[in-house]
Structure formats: structure tokens, C-alpha cells
Design a protein around this ligand. Structure first.
Ligand code: CA
Length: 225
């Protein structure tokens, strides 16, 4: 059963959406303030999050920013009618969609279906990748080194995935940045270096191996002859 988190302080809306979603066969959890919403979102395990922007405690934009550090879970923002800046900022921060209040529940349900379907296609379309003893299974979010599980955050995972998909091709920092972080990070190429370092700590140092090669002045590559 697909699981949806609602973070919405207007209890009438939250309850109504919850009932409709349950009626459609989704499992639902609900938070009515920012802090609870954030801690549930960080705990993870949701297929989609409905996130109000104006919330007591921590606002929705800040919650989204923190979620996106660790996770690619789909997020639909619930915004007030005239909050154009909120929408723009939300989409820049990596929201998948937004819906303006008051909304017709059928429209919300339709958007949820579209996003979940897209997510499913992405997941089922991804083959398991192998190289240098590493196995990466994107649909199950699993990495192992010679059979031993490696715990990675969402960004570390996507970076490794991108390098493995392009094995033997030197990837520039800009290309990696765009694939893994998206255009809003343009120019911040040191982010890539930081995350390559994390990967090396978690894989190379731990297993005494050398997976990612630095190509000076250009970027990174996973070489497998
Ligand atoms: Ca609100």
C-alpha cells in the first residue's frame, strides 16, 4: 500500500484530505505542525508528501529544503492563492508540484496519481548496476560491496549511480552537479567534491579499495578495464 504524509495545520483540510486518500486506498499519516511534519518526513518511508507552506513551527519551504538534503521523495506543496513567490521558491527547492488552496479533491488525487505513476516507472526502469565489486540497485535503494551492504544518503546514492551508469566516461563536476543536484546548484561544484569524499569514506576507506578516480581539472570517473 502506498503511504502518504500530510503536513497541514488547518485540521479541517487535513482531515478531509486524509479521509479521501484513505478512501482511494492509500495509507495516510498526518502532522498538524512543522516540527512534527519534519521529523516524520525525516523518518522516511513515504511514497509522497503533501506539504502546506504556512505552518506553525517550521514552514513548509524550510521542511522541503531539509527533506531534499536526504531524499527524493515526491512532494506536492499546498499553497495559498496569491503566494506566487512561495510556489517559485518551492519548485526551485525541488517540489514536484503544487496545488493552490482551495482545491478540488479530484484535482489533488489526479496529481498524486500522476506523480506516483512517474515514480514507479522510474523505479522499474532502472537496471541493477555492477562494477569493481559494487552493486547498485536503484529500485530497492541498495548498494553492496562484495555482498556487504553500504549505507548511503540519497545524494551519495545518486552520485554513485550517475558515475556507475557512466562507467569509464570522465564526468565533469558540472555534469554531475546537474544530474544529481539539478540546475539550481549551478556553479557550486565543490558540492561534488564534498560528496565524492563522503563516498570514499564509506566505500574506499572502509573496504580498502579505490572506486572513484579523480581526473585533475576535469572531474571523476569509475574505471573498469
Ligand atoms: Ca497553513
Amino acid at each position: 500500500m502506498q503511504k502518504i504524509l500530510i503536513v497541514e495545520d488547518e485540521e479541517k483540510i487535513a482531515r478531509f484530505v486524509e479521509l479521501e486518500l484513505k478512501h482511494e486506498g492509500y495509507a495516510v499519516e498526518k502532522a498538524v505542525d512543522g516540527r512534527t511534519g519534519l521529523s516524520l518526513a525525516e523518518k522516511g518511508g513515504y511514497d509522497l508528501i503533501l506539504l502546506d507552506i504556512m505552518l506553525p513551527g517550521i514552514n513548509g519551504i524550510e521542511i522541503l529544503r531539509r527533506i531534499r538534503k536526504e531524499s527524493d521523495v515526491p512532494v506536492i506543496l499546498l499553497t495559498a492563492r496569491d503566494a506566487v513567490m512561495d510556489k517559485v521558491m518551492g519548485l526551485d527547492m525541488g517540489a514536484d508540484d503544487y496545488i493552490t488552496k482551495p482545491f478540488a479533491i479530484e484535482e489533488l488525487l489526479a496529481r498524486i496519481r500522476v506523480i506516483l505513476r512517474k515514480k514507479q516507472t522510474l523505479q522499474t526502469a532502472q537496471p541493477v548496476l555492477h562494477c569493481l565489486g559494487l552493486t547498485l540497485d536503484a529500485s530497492r535503494f541498495k548498494v553492496t560491496y562484495n555482498g556487504i551492504p553500504v549505507e548511503l544518503t540519497a545524494k551519495e546514492f545518486s552520485l554513485l549511480q550517475s558515475l556507475m551508469q557512466n562507467k569509464n566516461i570522465v564526468m565533469s563536476r558540472d555534469a554531475l552537479l546537474e544530474t544529481v543536484w539539478g540546475y539550481e546548484y549551478a556553479g557550486e561544484t565543490n558540492v561534488v567534491d564534498v560528496y565524492v569524499r563522503y563516498l570514499r569514506q564509506k566505500i574506499d576507506e572502509k573496504f580498502n579499495t579505490k572506486i572513484i578516480t579523480t581526473v585533475r581539472g576535469v572531474g571523476y570517473v569509475i574505471k573498469e578495464e
